[in-house]
Design a protein around this ligand. Structure first.
Ligand SMILES: C[S@@+](CC[C@H](N)C(=O)[O-])C[C@H]1O[C@@H](n2cnc3c(N)ncnc32)[C@H](O)[C@@H]1O
Length: 348
């Protein structure tokens, strides 16, 4: 095995409890939460993909793409049905698969049951769930009713659209560098991420399910059982330099009106000093690349952008202008409390 430069290994993720699954709210759904404190720049976990399918620009609905996605999901369901249905109940419901009742779901979510949810983690351990039975039922009860009401099965077209939607919103894109013989993927750091087919067999979860032979395009889209549960948070605008007459920013949030006013009337600045920082607390890379060179090809590596406290929700910036949902992130909530700013998602 090639010896990696020590600078890549010095802060590699530790094999300690890292993340929990938790419930954010009925609109956002599930999320991933820190299971312990993390220092800025610390690596939190690395994970192998559970699904790998073909990728095309903008996830345009071409038949071979959808067929590849559908095959990937069907194959993965055969091997990891419980984990996939519990982590992604909205998708399962579109396939007429009802979410299990809480008593069954908690066994899947429990870290003591051979860590099924953490089965694709390479670094960092799954630490169980922070979801209560009430939250789970509130989230899945509606889906269960919907499945019961689905008579006559699900058409092939409806399945294809469901899986296309899912990949659009949950997958990471990876572009394989053909000039390097396909061995080293080139990381594409735009929008939702990316992965490669060369990860077959990688990860202690028994390997990713690869549904389609690598095409000439060499671009793939991957889903990570835990990594794809991380929700979006908008990056606040950069602070205005000292001495500038522009509106002042605290924690990256413009004080006063969104129209450029610097009026802070009614704002208790001392209280704001005590508010926790807003903005995404994580970033991700797909290995091997740069600092994540110790990460196996096609695996996602998640790093703390700032200090994170145990229990805090992990978030990153999806970076896409049109996200396809009404953003409910902390940055947007804080900015609307303080007068608003124009986020990447539009005017808040
Ligand atoms: C990658 S998934 C994250 C996991 C998702 N919460 C779940 O329970 O399946 C992305 C989806 O989560 C929801 N989401 C993520 N971040 C959000 C945010 N800031 N505001 C509202 N919804 C969000 C949206 O439905 C989005 O399409």
């Amino acid at each position: 095995m090639t010896q990696l430069p020590t600078r890549y290994l010095s802060n590699a993720p530790q094999n300690l409890p890292a993340v929990r699954i938790g419930f954010v709210n009925g609109e956002v759904g599930l999320g991933l939460f820190a299971a312990r404190d993390f220092a800025k720049d610390e690596f939190i976990f690395t994970e192998a993909p559970i699904l790998t399918a073909r990728f095309n620009e903008n996830f345009a609905a071409d038949r071979s793409l959808m067929a590849s996605q559908l095959r990937a999901y069907t194959d993965a369901l055969a091997r990891h049905r419980d984990e996939l249905v519990v982590a992604y109940p909205r998708l399962a419901a579109r396939f007429a698969i009802a979410p299990p009742v809480w008593e069954e779901a908690r066994v899947v979510l429990d870290e003591r049951e051979n860590s099924r949810m953490g089965g694709f983690l390479v670094h960092g351990r799954y630490a169980g769930c922070g979801l209560t039975g009430e939250e789970y039922e509130a989230y899945t009860g509606r889906l269960r009713k919907k499945v019961v009401g689905m008579t006559g099965g699900v058409s092939e077209e409806a399945r294809q659209l469901a899986i296309l939607d899912f990949f659009k919103n949950y997958a990471f894109e990876v572009k394989r560098d053909v000039s390097a013989g396909g061995a080293m993927p080139t990381v594409v750091t735009t929008g939702v991420a990316s992965v490669v087919s060369s990860v077959v067999g990688g990860g202690k979860g028994g390997g990713a399910v690869v549904s389609a032979a690598p095409s000439a395009a060499t671009r793939h889209a991957c889903i990570f059982l835990l990594g794809s549960l991380v929700n979006h948070c908008c990056t606040p605008p950069p602070p205005v330099p000292e001495g500038s007459s522009s509106p002042r920013l605290l924690y990256g949030i413009r004080l006063g009106g969104g129209s450029g006013s610097s009026d802070t009337t009614g704002t208790d600045e001392q209280d704001l000093q005590d508010t926790p920082p807003v903005g995404p607390n994580c970033s991700w890379r797909i290995g091997p690349s740069g600092l994540a060179r110790f990460v196996p090809a096609g695996h996602i590596c998640v790093q703390a952008r700032r200090d994170i406290r145990a229990g805090e929700e992990l978030t990153w910036d999806y970076g896409k202008r049109h996200k396809g949902f009404d953003c409910a992130c902390e940055t947007c909530k804080s900015s609307s409390r303080l007068g608003g700013f124009v986020s990447q998602c539009g005017v808040i």
